[in-house]
Ligand binder design. Structure first.
Ligand code: GTP
Length: 235
């Protein structure tokens, strides 16, 4: 296997499956199966999940809501998704721990870096909830931050597109996909991989990012095995 410890970033929207809102249990179960295939091989898996299927702070702010208030709601949404994913993983017989950046200790363990690493070493999937615990940061930033803190080898950004293109492939069918691209080139070409804060943090810490299609069965395993099916961003 190419990677021993990965941080998987999933978007909240991905959990909607065919729905317009909320969580599709079928999609959740599929993700759990994909993750199990990887943990069964002894790969250590940490997960950060977004909350956009339930609430987005930025959208709240654009409708006149205080941004901090909105971001707090968004962070709680990621905890809801984390709990759902934890349930689905447990249904698939995967051991998990949910650790949250905001203390809600009746619901989940508070985030403690050393504890997170210990859980990973024991083969538990660690789900990080509540983002970074701070407003004005995205869950992509949380993913990069946690990946660096727990010393993950790579961030795997599971999306519905199969990599990074020179143009939006959903708008232009002639868009060209990159197999590899450098951080500098992404910035130079103004490509959207993650928000700038998250992306820069990853670059400064030489943490590679792989963007891949999480909705195709077997893909997560392929990426972890080193198959070049998405786009890899590195120095
Ligand atoms: P080890 O000590 O490494 O074996 O880890 P462990 O997580 O099994 O031990 P611990 O006794 O800390 O936790 C037992 C269970 O309680 C696990 O399911 C934890 O997720 C859960 N747990 C631990 N601390 C908290 C907490 O502060 N809040 C909540 N809600 N659950 C917790």
């Amino acid at each position: 296997m190419q990677y021993k410890r990965i941080l998987l970033k999933l978007s909240g929207e991905a959990l909607m499956g065919e729905r317009q809102y909320g969580i599709d249990p079928k999609r959740l179960a599929e993700y759990a199966e994909e993750i199990k295939k990887v943990t069964d091989l002894g790969i250590q898996v940490a997960i950060v999940i977004g909350g956009g299927n339930i609430f987005r702070g930025v959208a709240g702010a654009s409708n006149g809501m205080d941004r901090v208030q909105g971001d707090h709601m968004g962070m709680l949404a990621t905890v809801i998704n984390g709990l759902a994913l934890q349930s689905a993983l447990e249904d698939a017989d995967v051991h998990t721990r949910l650790l949250t950046a905001l203390e809600i200790k009746e619901v989940a363990e508070p985030y403690i870096k050393r504890k997170a690493i210990r859980h990973l070493e024991k083969g538990r999937v660690v789900i990080f909830g509540a983002g970074t615990g701070n407003p004005y940061f995205t869950t992509d930033s949380a993913a990069v931050l946690r990946a660096i803190e727990v010393n993950a080898d790579v961030i795997l950004k599971g999306t519905r597109v199969d990599g990074i293109y020179n143009e939006d492939p959903e708008k232009n069918t002639k868009a060209i996909k990159f197999d590899h691209i450098s951080f500098d080139e992404v910035l130079k070409q103004g490509l959207k991989v993650m928000d700038t804060t998250a992306f820069t943090l990853s670059q400064e810490n030489a943490l590679p990012i792989i963007v891949f299609d999480m909705n195709t069965k077997g893909n997560l395993l392929k990426v972890v095995s080193g198959e070049n099916i998405g786009t890899k961003v590195n120095l």
